[in-house]
Design a protein around this ligand. Structure first.
Ligand SMILES: N[C@@H](CCC(=O)N[C@@H](CS)C(=O)NCC(=O)O)C(=O)O
Length: 270
């Protein structure tokens, strides 16, 4: 047994990153579900492990590790085979630049896009008390502002546009990078650069939105096809999405597609 416990929640993108990395390492883990829609992430016992009140948290040998990008690096350093980070220091910084794209833009972007397409509906169905608790957060007023804005304005929230623009910057650079090398972002082998991006592309795909960015970007399209067929992606992400989650994404994604496509097109011609 690897002695790993993963606090996670079904379709959470940052949990999916960690699951793909663990799967590629051939590791098993004990899953502990934290239901975000029941605000279990704010449970005082959970906050002792993850004071940010978010998933995932990996506990290894009793030590909690938080932040999915850091968790993936921890997993790679602790369980070296197969390596998921380049040995060369300069290449490692290139890998981390892709992680920064995710942590500094795509993550908030995917949250707002998903929220505007489907979680907004779920929140409408909550009691006012449950909704207030969900908005309350743990000491991060920026997150509360984003939540409230997207709840109110949906796909027309400025925060959704920020997310769309973050994706546009990432996919533009991916196209250029892959056209100069490939087939993976850092060359012949998948690294954490690819793994960290996979759930963020997969979510757009499942919402039926990925084409808004990949059309006219053949290298990114090929990268996505390669990802979709990669066994650790299939076992660590695809196979763990329930039919209900999949159908929810497929049902609600198209409701924002035209608005998203128009915003991407405006950015691409700007
Ligand atoms: N930077 C953090 C972000 C974690 C995060 O935002 N997780 C989401 C799920 S993907 C979450 O737990 N959200 C809690 C909430 O919605 O209240 C990481 O990468 O671990």
């Amino acid at each position: 047994m690897s002695g790993l416990i993963l606090y996670d929640f079904g379709n959470s993108v940052c949990c999916q990153k960690v699951r793909i990395a663990l799967t590629e390492k051939g590791l098993s883990w004990e899953p502990r579900r934290v239901d975000l829609f029941k605000s279990e992430q704010y449970d005082p016992e959970y906050l002792k492990l993850n004071p940010k009140g978010v998933v995932p948290t990996l506990v290894h040998g009793g030590v909690p590790i938080i932040e999915s990008t850091l968790i993936c690096e921890y997993v790679d350093e602790t369980f070296p085979d197969p390596p998921l980070m380049p040995k060369d220091a300069a290449a490692r910084t290139r890998m981390r630049l892709w992680s920064k794209f995710v942590d500094e833009g795509l993550h908030d972007g995917v949250t707002e896009l998903s929220f505007s397409a489907m979680f907004r509906e779920r929140m409408r169905a909550m009691t006012p008390e449950m909704r207030a608790k969900r908005f309350a957060n743990v000491g991060d007023p920026r997150r509360t502002d984003r939540f409230k804005s997207t709840y109110e304005y949906g796909v027309h929230s400025p925060y959704v546009l920020h997310g769309i623009a973050a994706y546009e910057r990432a996919f533009k650079l991916m196209e250029q990078t892959l056209s100069e090398g490939g087939p993976w972002l850092l060359g012949e082998r998948p690294t954490l650069a690819d793994i960290n991006l996979m759930p963020y592309a997969a979510r757009l795909h499942n919402l039926g939105l990925l084409g808004c960015w990949t059309e006219g970007r053949p290298n990114v399209e090929r990268w996505w096809e390669r990802v979709a067929a990669w066994p650790s992606f299939r076992r660590g992400l695809h196979d763990l999405i329930s039919e209900h989650e999949l159908s929810e994404m497929r049902l609600h994604g198209p409701s924002i597609r035209d608005a998203v496509a128009a915003k991407v097109a405006a950015l691409r011609t700007a």
